[in-house]
Design a protein around this ligand. Structure first.
Ligand code: NAD
Length: 482
């Protein structure tokens, strides 16, 4: 396997070194081909997602297919501007000169993707890597085998396969890939594997972007438009892959006094959305596989937790379905509250005052996304100023990821680096500092032997003095001249 991997990486490296991926025309052609692929093969993509996760076709379109197409079109629109060297002030100390930042492709990059949004999470980093002029190898998740196989089949049909390749596989294949030297590794998945990726990258001093997860909190104040807020919370949790989403709310915090009203409203919304028997609903994804099904059912098996269920709790092992489940005040040391849930279980934590929720969140690791529902502007300000998070959204859930002008990524335990829109281009680009000088404007003062007079002129220059600049350009101190 190591030999095959080395051969694939070698081919990509040769293509990159030959300069194939650098021209704007090549980049644009690949991006246009991906748009075409998404348009022409939408049905196949949707079928694969349905096969992997029973993902409702509406969700596949809204959360994967349309976003992939939008990311590609956004890159196509921005490409020429993003690629232009950025002129920056040259400054007195280097006068006369011109200075610019050149966006240079990194080289050959590896994208390792996750299973929950297996189409979007694979193609969006690939789009960024191509836009930035890199050769790229995609390793989709083996846990979404239909989507992985579709990538292996489709991408070579549409894009330049000497520069963009797919290697399928699980841990052994990824381990072999990680042995190679890459110019960047872009990984999406859990923090545990993120550590393995980063350790492997460290051996080659390879930079990484780690798109990880964690527990995303949602503060729910009583000062809201309850009907709208609850619908948004519910669709952001269960309408996102039945909770198997990195930015789905992991738990809710509300006040003890408001919790009963919130629970009632949530129950009503869930019945409206998914009917009295949610296990039969076509509008809910299934759990991805039996390992994750068992992991999730184990979380609510213990009596101290199961007795806190106020809605849901039904499971169907054969169909790998778990109903939307709401729990109130489960023990804070239960696995449900100490590990990322990544599924349809929603614990509600209650506090005395809504302001206490900020301290609660900050006692945990920094989340990928944090949410707040309130009309209270002071609370909104306190939330934005005092809660560190990858991203945040007030009065809705998950939508911040759809704005290409906002960076998407974690902080601390939820990740390193960000992408989306131009941030994807920057993620796969080295910002090369370029200073160009002619041979005029010699400052004698910079050359040894060092003297007090020279020091005065140089200090003046560094401090922005025009007199010093003129003296330097006139070649003072003169006795140095030959
Ligand atoms: P996963 O099991 O699909 O793993 C991700 C990738 O890592 C796969 O390609 C897999 O083959 C590879 N991998 C797994 N074990 C490995 C090992 N031992 N060595 C090398 N490679 C290995 O996905 P997952 O980790 O179950 O994904 C869920 C996690 O990902 C959650 O924590 C979720 O929050 C996070 N996530 C984050 C984002 C984001 O954009 N930040 C998006 C989706 C998921």
């Amino acid at each position: 396997m190591a030999e095959e991997v080395a051969a694939v990486a070698g081919e990509l490296r040769a293509s990159f070194r030959a300069g194939r991926t650098r021209p704007a025309e090549w980049r644009a052609a690949q991006l246009r081909a991906i748009v075409r692929m998404v348009e022409e093969r939408e049905g196949d993509i949707s079928d694969a997602l349905h096969s992997d996760l029973a993902k409702p076709r509406m969700e596949s379109y809204l959360h994967e297919i349309s976003l992939a197409k939008a990311a590609c079109k956004f890159a196509l629109k921005g490409l020429k501007n993003w690629m232009k060297p950025e002129k920056v002030p040259a400054g007195l100390t280097t006068f006369p000169s011109t200075a610019q930042i050149v966006s240079e492709p990194l080289g050959v990059v590896l994208v390792i993707s996750a299973w929950n949004y297996p189409f979007l999470l694979s193609i969006e980093p690939v789009i960024g890597a191509i836009a930035a002029g890199n050769a790229v190898l995609l390793k989709p998740s083996e846990i979404a085998p239909a989507t992985s196989a579709l990538f292996a089949k489709l991408l070579p049909e549409y894009v330049d396969k000497s520069c963009i390749k797919v290697v399928e596989g699980g841990v052994p294949e990824t381990t072999a890939l990680l042995e190679e030297k890459w110019d960047k590794i872009f990984y999406t998945g859990s923090g545990n594997v993120g550590r393995i990726v980063m350790a492997a990258a460290a051996k080659h001093l390879t930079p990484v972007a780690l798109e990880l997860g964690g527990k995303c909190p949602a503060i729910f104040d009583s000062n809201v438009d309850l009907h709208t807020a609850v619908k948004r919370l519910a669709v952001g949790k269960w309408g996102c892959n039945n909770g198997q989403a990195c930015i789905a709310p992991d738990y809710v915090i509300t006040t003890k006094s408001f919790a009963p009203e919130l629970v009632d409203s949530l129950k009503r919304a869930l019945i409206r959305f998914y009917g009295e028997d949610p296990l039969q609903s076509e509008d809910l994804s299934r759990i991805v596989n039996s390992n994750h099904f068992c992991r999730l059912t184990n979380l609510i098996e213990d009596k101290t937790v199961s007795q806190k269920i106020v809605y849901g709790g039904q499971t169907d092992e054969k169909q790998l379905k778990i109903a939307p489940t709401v729990l109130v005040d489960v023990p804070l040391d239960s696995a449900l509250m100490t590990s990322e849930i990544f599924g349809p279980l929603l614990p509600i934590v209650t506090v005395d005052k809504i302001e206490d929720s900020i301290e609660f969140i900050n006692s945990k690791t920094k989340p990928l996304a944090a949410y707040l529902f309130t009309k209270d502007k002071k609370l909104q300000e306190a939330f934005v100023s005092n809660v560190p998070a990858g991203g945040m959204l007030v009065n809705d859930v998950a939508l911040h990821l759809a704005n290409p002008h906002l960076p998407f990524g974690g902080v601390g335990d939820s990740g390193i680096g960000s992408y989306h829109g131009k941030f994807s281009f920057d993620c796969f680009t080295h910002k090369k500092a370029v200073l160009i000088r002619g041979f005029g404007g010699e400052a004698a003062a910079r050359y040894p032997p060092y003297t007090t007079e020279k020091q005065k002129i140089l200090r003046g220059l560094i401090n922005g003095s025009f007199i010093a600049l003129i003296l330097a350009l006139l070649g003072f101190p003169r006795r140095d001249r030959r």
